[in-house]
Design a protein around this ligand. Structure first.
Ligand code: GLC
Length: 474
């Protein structure tokens, strides 16, 4: 199928040539070969995949199966009718989440799912699973997102297979209960959002994303929808199901209103009254107008908008975070108008948000003193690199899916064409550096599995016209 010859594509300065069908097929074939090589086996069954396939990985744990990295691979497997691998994965991770881990004076409670796991083989040849709950990872970050991705994948598994019986297994029911127990018990919180530590999701290094990062909120919403669907209703679960339902609906309203930024909202914030006590206040979170960064006014076009990166008392992080915004579209967090405005933003700010290697993880990057304070002077996260404004091929799939959801096939094709011209040629890098993502990331892995998965998934959506059945609005 040819790309639609419409204005958005022809005006896109980065899209000189749409790849030929043969080029696209070659990219997809190579991506599949990479995925095949990445599968991890436990007791004779495929249970996941490594993050990268290479002898020279940047960090040893790229040979492990990351929960979030496996998600796009799982979607491919489901679409290709290989659902048993996804079932094995869901079952394996559910079992790992039941473990307790004791430290001096505190413990990792059941329900926390590992960021990653590997299969160890001892001298006698016996296999065992070795999960990392953040106790081994660089910076010792525990993932908040793993349990969310797991629950959302459970829903997709059922959508594809209709295997409702699987969700009734004690391990799956137990995992759902633990997840709800953990995430609904945020004792000190006033808002319906979920409090998360810095670096507890895809951005797994210090990046000033502690508090209420958008990505966690959209995943939280998705997880609540899934848990509500699959946790069996009994006299023991009725209460938690009710709380989950109420929280989900409060979260949805809160995100749509308070996280949203367009020119009208910017004007309101610009003129906000401050120091308001009691009920009926306009500026509930006491955001000071002076905290609006200089770049926002010039950068945000009319008829565009986005969900801000983070929101808390006296704090609005105006940075644009791609994953949270795209997932908001896919999970039905955004209204139709908001979806349209986010996609308009992509069109109007294409070189900032997509550049030459889809897509930018966060815009803009932080530099200078802000970089020192926000990242702790992290050399991997210098401006326009890695998590601090790098371009991540994995973001291609949510971008394509969100663009299609919002009726912007033109944008989806533009992004996919760029990816086809670069990813395979460049050896499936993990990320790109630079304002428009022209340079392969300085410390980037190659043969990064979720980069390849993003290309295959996008091909499935665009060329085979497959859709991912996110069905989260229950
Ligand atoms: C990096 C990324 C993280 C990813 C992991 C494996 O740590 O920040 O999101 O899951 O690599 O690819």
């Amino acid at each position: 199928m040819d790309a639609p010859a419409n204005a958005a594509i022809s005006q896109n300065p980065f899209l000189a040539h749409k790849p030929s069908d043969a080029q696209i097929e070659e990219v997809v074939e190579q991506a599949y070969a990479l995925i095949e090589d990445s599968l991890i086996y436990y007791q004779g069954k495929a249970v996941g995949c490594t993050a990268a396939v290479t002898d020279h990985v940047a960090a040893a744990n790229y040979t492990e199966c990351f929960i979030r990295d496996f998600f796009p691979v799982a979607l491919i497997l489901l679409m290709d009718g290989k659902s048993e691998v996804v079932r094995n994965f869901l079952h394996t991770v559910a079992r790992l989440s039941a473990r307790e881990k004791q430290f001096k004076g505190h413990e990792i409670t059941p329900g926390v799912m590992p960021a990653s796991f590997s299969v160890r083989i001892d001298e006698a040849g016996a296999e065992s699973l070795s999960p990392d709950y953040g106790d081994r990872a660089i910076g010792r970050v525990a993932p908040v997102d793993s349990m969310m991705w797991w629950a959302i994948l459970l829903d997709l598994y059922v959508q594809y297979t209709h295997d409702h019986g699987f969700t009734q297994r004690p391990s799956i029911q137990g995992a759902l209960q633990h997840i709800l127990h953990l995430s609904l018990n945020t004792t000190f919180e006033v808002a319906p959002t979920l409090l998360a530590p810095d670096g507890s999701f895809m951005i797994d290094r210090r990046m000033g994303v502690d508090g209420h990062p958008l990505e966690i909120q959209t995943l939280f919403y998705g997880m609540l929808c899934s848990a509500e669907k699959y946790l069996a209703r009994t006299s023991h679960t009725a209460e938690v199901l009710l709380v989950a339902h109420q929280r989900r609906s409060a979260l949805l309203t809160y995100l749509r209103i308070f996280f949203w930024l367009d020119v009208r909202r910017l004007n309101e914030i610009h003129r906000y009254p401050t120091e308001e006590l009691g009920s009926g206040s306009v500026n509930m979170l006491n955001i000071y107008p002076a905290s609006i960064p200089d770049w926002v006014e010039d950068w945000l076009p009319d008829y565009c908008g986005y969900f801000v990166g983070n929101l808390g008392p006296g704090r609005m992080d105006f940075r644009y975070f791609a994953q949270g915004n795209l997932l908001a579209i896919l999970f039905g967090v955004s209204t139709q108008d908001q979806t349209r405005d986010i996609l308009n933003l992509y069109e109007k700010r294409w070189s900032d948000l997509v550049g030459v290697s889809p897509a930018k993880i966060v815009y803009p990057a932080v530099d200078g003193l802000a970089w020192e304070l926000i990242t702790g002077s992290d050399p991997k996260n210098v401006a326009w690199s890695y998590h601090n404004g790098g371009n991540w091929p994995v973001l291609l799939w949510p971008l394509v899916a969100a663009a299609l959801e919002g009726g912007r096939e033109d944008l989806a094709w533009s992004a996919f064409s760029l990816a086809c011209r670069r990813l395979q040629r460049d050896g499936w890098p993990e990320y790109y550096d630079g304002k428009t993502g022209r340079l392969i990331g300085r410390r980037s892995n190659f043969n990064q599995v979720w980069s390849a998965a993003a290309a295959i998934l996008s091909h499935k959506m665009l060329v085979e016209e497959r859709r991912i059945p996110f069905c989260l609005n229950v």
